[in-house]
Design a protein around this ligand. Structure first.
Ligand code: UD1
Length: 387
């Protein structure tokens, strides 16, 4: 059996790590040398900066991708088109029996489209999530990828229901849990070795200062001057209550500079321990962090403010309060069962919830079903049976 596993962006790397791990273990069990499942990792190059790509491979102990398409950035059509042209050549050459795609990024839909037209079966991991907001590029990627996939692996019951409503036959849907959580659980001890808290001056003599973590990269939040300015304004108000550490996505720092909003954050290229003091009740913006440092920063935070999808799930798992700076979420289970509160751009609510969470914490509800570190094992078991 030959599988192509597609990755393109930061969160994708985190999602495929445990899948590669279970396949490697299976191959070892079967026969010390000969591989039973032959797989190749294809990196589209959608994310390419060292801090957005290589550092994740290093942190997760992943080997270099087998095939690198190097498509880089562009408009949606440019990026999707470039991935398709290059990935089709890979499929012609490698003749895989299965293509695995994860998540909802442009690389996901691009490679799924190529595969379906070549009659190659597709497994979509993290299928069925819906924000019901078609202005989000990811929502289009999700709906279309699910429609053309053969094996849809889901993280929660909501996702199964969404797929059924869209006419996906029950026989294609497999509720297996959350591969991102597999990775989190496998790294939870290792993150204790990270020295990011000390580096940022957040930990002194084993005392950890109270701080919040912020991430922001959705086009709806960062691509419009008025919106971005309003968000940074309110976050500056929150930073008077609690210091905010902001590892900035390259898209966002570019926009902050384009819109000449640099004075609204304290941006440092290279961190040293007195940065936080220097930031002086301002948002401390730093370069993107690697997986382990970011997880360490997040797991010690009093509060996380984000517009990311994966972070809503990771905070639920870690029991850290999460304020989602969007009007909707495709991951409602993190609200129902986890620690997530969708505050949108309701700024009064943001301040109110921040104050309340800092005072009272957030009641930990429960860990969603199958978020237990075994999702990848379930996937492999199903694929072995079906293929
Ligand atoms: C993409 C995904 C988004 C996901 C996010 C994870 C799509 C449509 N969006 O958003 O769903 O949540 O990844 O991080 O697929 N850039 C760099 N260096 C890089 C990568 C990007 O500088 O290594 C800059 C470029 O200016 C680029 C911009 O970031 O134009 C946006 O990158 P892109 O991959 O198009 O979208 P993301 O915002 O990263």
């Amino acid at each position: 059996m030959k599988i192509l596993i597609v990755v393109g962006t930061r969160p994708n790397f985190v999602k495929i790590a445990p899948i590669m791990d279970v396949i490697d273990n299976y191959n070892m069990d079967k026969d010390g040398r000969q591989q039973a499942i032959d797989y190749l990792v294809v990196h589209t190059g959608q994310h390419y900066d060292n801090k957005m790509s290589n550092s994740f491979f290093d942190d997760l102990g992943l080997p270099e991708p087998d095939i690198y398409l190097g498509v880089g950035s562009g408009t949606h059509a440019e990026q999707t088109g470039k991935v398709m042209i290059k990935f089709e050549k890979v499929c012609f050459r490698e003749k895989p029996n299965l293509v695995i795609v994860v998540g909802d990024v442009n690389s996901t839909i691009a490679c799924a489209l190529v595969a379906v037209k070549l009659n190659i079966p597709i497994a979509h991991i993290e299928a069925g999530l819906r924000s019901f907001d078609r202005t989000m590029p990811e929502e289009i990627n999700r709906i279309l990828t699910d429609q053309i996939s053969d094996y849809l692996f889901t993280t929660c019951e909501d996702a199964n229901m969404n797929l059924r409503k869209e006419g996906i036959p029950e026989s294609k849907i497999f509720f297996i849990g959350n591969v991102m959580i597999d990775t989190l659980l496998s790294q939870i001890e290792i993150i204790k070795n990270s020295n990011i808290l000390k580096k940022l001056g957040l930990k002194k003599n084993n005392n950890v200062k109270k701080y919040a973590v912020l991430t922001l990269h959705r086009p709806s939040n960062v691509d419009n001057l008025v919106v971005l300015k309003r968000i940074l304004n309110i976050l500056n108000n929150i930073s008077q209550i609690i210091p905010i550490i902001f590892p900035v996505h390259p898209r966002t720092i570019k926009q902050i500079k384009n819109f000449k909003l640099e004075e609204m954050v304290s941006y440092v290229e290279h961190i040293s321990s007195n940065e936080l003091d220097r930031a002086n009740q301002n948002i401390l913006a730093i370069q993107p962090l690697g997986y382990l440092d970011f997880l360490c920063l997040m797991s010690n935070a009093a509060l996380v403010l984000t517009d990311s999808g994966g972070i809503q799930e990771e905070t639920t798992m870690l029991g850290i309060p999460c304020l989602t700076l969007r009007n909707n979420t495709e991951r409602p289970i993190t609200v129902k069962e986890g620690t997530n509160i969708v505050v949108g751009n309701n700024f009064d609510k943001m301040i109110e919830v921040t104050l309340s969470v800092l005072k009272n914490g957030i009641p930990r509800k429960k860990i969603p079903r199958y978020w237990d570190g075994k999702a990848s094992e379930r996937i492999l078991k199903i694929l072995k049976r079906l293929l």
